[in-house]
Ligand binder design. Structure first.
Ligand code: 3PG
Length: 398
């Protein structure tokens, strides 16, 4: 395996980093020069203790701009008119469009891309409604977006654009039932991920004339192979691009720089680069790298290790663990439960434990460490209490 000699890997969405690839490698870090990580087996990476990072700050403007271009191209039949003229025709009547001015755009997912799309399409005079369970009605209103429930959105939207990751909750978000609830003539745009829009349902709705058009940059399978997807791609009311959302010179430079800077920060070789903001599978990693925490981490690990030796049990499932910190310096140090877990599990597993994978092995072994900060004492101190119905112990360290 060529991968064996590498410690780090940087990919775009085309390269699949499967469990098999991870297993065959000595990788310590996988960087995604972009946003979506559905091409990386995050569970397998976490289990192996391989850090996964992304660079979402670099390509959102490009994804937004492609979305806006597709919305306006859809409204005026730009690709169809272009193709027809190249074929020597002069079909002015056939490609009469509709204005965007005064139309309602539904933006599903009000993260970085969705917000930028809303802002730009408002400049066209579109009324923007939106949905995002993570964004409050007030915050949406600050962006001039009326935040509505999905059921209220469907009958209002002239255009629907999706800007969510592909997760179980968003798979087939736009499906046959939804399309039936939409206005006749609704247009659907997907520059996010294939699978958020049900391709078969969209094709049926286009064929019966209910859906008025679609613009697709992403597909369930990339590159597409199935006959049905090609029928959708070739439909006269569909305009398509081959996953070009982030394919601009600027975005590619930005994501490459963003990932490279994070790799340098991880290597700790240049004090200019310290930020590893794209970490996806190690919530306690940033805190573990702060020199102020070093001695507390090693104390927490030792408390875990000693507790493990004091406990005669082979499993932890019937033992309750509680980590208590005291003193101003130790406020909000919940992450110390991670080195406690490492200490508890070390010597009990042949897997190499680190800040990335220990939570996986802890939950598989029924190990839970509760956390509490006691503000009543000014003395900086860490205490690990553990016990069962039979015996209780408290270990403290300063
Ligand atoms: O998730 C992303 O960042 C975009 O879909 C872009 O993917 P790409 O890096 O493969 O172009």
């Amino acid at each position: 395996y060529a991968i064996l000699k590498y410690d780090g890997l940087v990919v775009r969405s085309d390269t699949k980093v499967t469990a098999e690839v991870l297993q065959a490698s000595n990788l310590q870090v996988v960087g995604r020069a972009g946003t979506g990580v559905d091409n990386i087996d995050l569970t397998a990476a976490t289990r192996k203790g391989v850090l996964v990072l992304n660079a979402p700050g670099g390509n959102f403007i490009s994804a937004c701009e492609l979305t806006c271009s597709l919305i306006s191209a859809l409204s005026r039949n730009v690709p169809q008119g272009c193709q027809s003229l190249k074929e020597g025709k002069w079909d002015r009547k056939l490609y009469t469009g509709t204005e965007l001015y005064g139309k309602t755009l539904a933006v599903l997912g009000l993260g970085r891309i969705g917000r930028e799309v809303a802002l730009r399409m408002q400049a066209f005079g579109m009324k923007v409604i939106g949905f995002d369970p993570m964004v409050s009605v007030e915050d949406a209103a600050k962006l001039n977006i009326a935040s509505l429930g999905l059921e209220d959105i469907w009958p209002l939207a002239d255009y629907i654009t999706v800007h969510t990751p592909l997760i179980p909750q968003t798979k087939n978000l736009i499906n046959a039932e939804v399309l039936k609830k939409c206005k006749k003539g609704v247009r659907v745009v997907n520059v996010a991920r294939g699978g958020i829009v049900d391709e078969n349902a969209l094709l049926d709705s286009l064929k019966c004339g209910h859906c008025g058009g679609a613009a697709l940059d992403v597909f369930c399978e990339e590159p597409p192979k199935s006959e049905q997807t090609f029928e959708l791609i070739k439909h006269p009311k569909v305009i398509v691009t081959p996953h070009l959302g982030a394919s601009t010179k600027e975005a590619q430079i930005r994501v490459a720089v963003e990932i490279a800077e994070q790799f340098i920060a991880l290597a700790n070789t240049n004090p200019q680069y310290t930020s590893i903001q794209g970490v996806l599978n190690a919530p306690a990693l940033a805190a573990s790298r702060n020199p102020e925490n070093t001695s507390w981490i090693s104390l927490a690990r030792s408390l875990g290790k000693i507790s493990s030796q004091l406990l005669q049990t082979s499993t932890f499932s019937s033992t309750a663990f509680s980590l208590v910190t005291q003193g101003a310096e130790l406020k909000n140090k919940q992450f110390l439960t991670t080195p406690v877990q490492i200490g508890l599990l070390s010597g009990r597993t042949s897997n190499g434990l680190n800040f990335i994978n220990v939570n996986t092995y802890a939950s598989e072994g029924g190990l839970k460490v509760a956390y509490e900060h006691d503000p009543s004492s000014s003395q900086n101190l860490v205490a690990l209490a553990f016990g069962s119905n039979v015996a209780k112990h408290v270990l403290t360290g300063k």
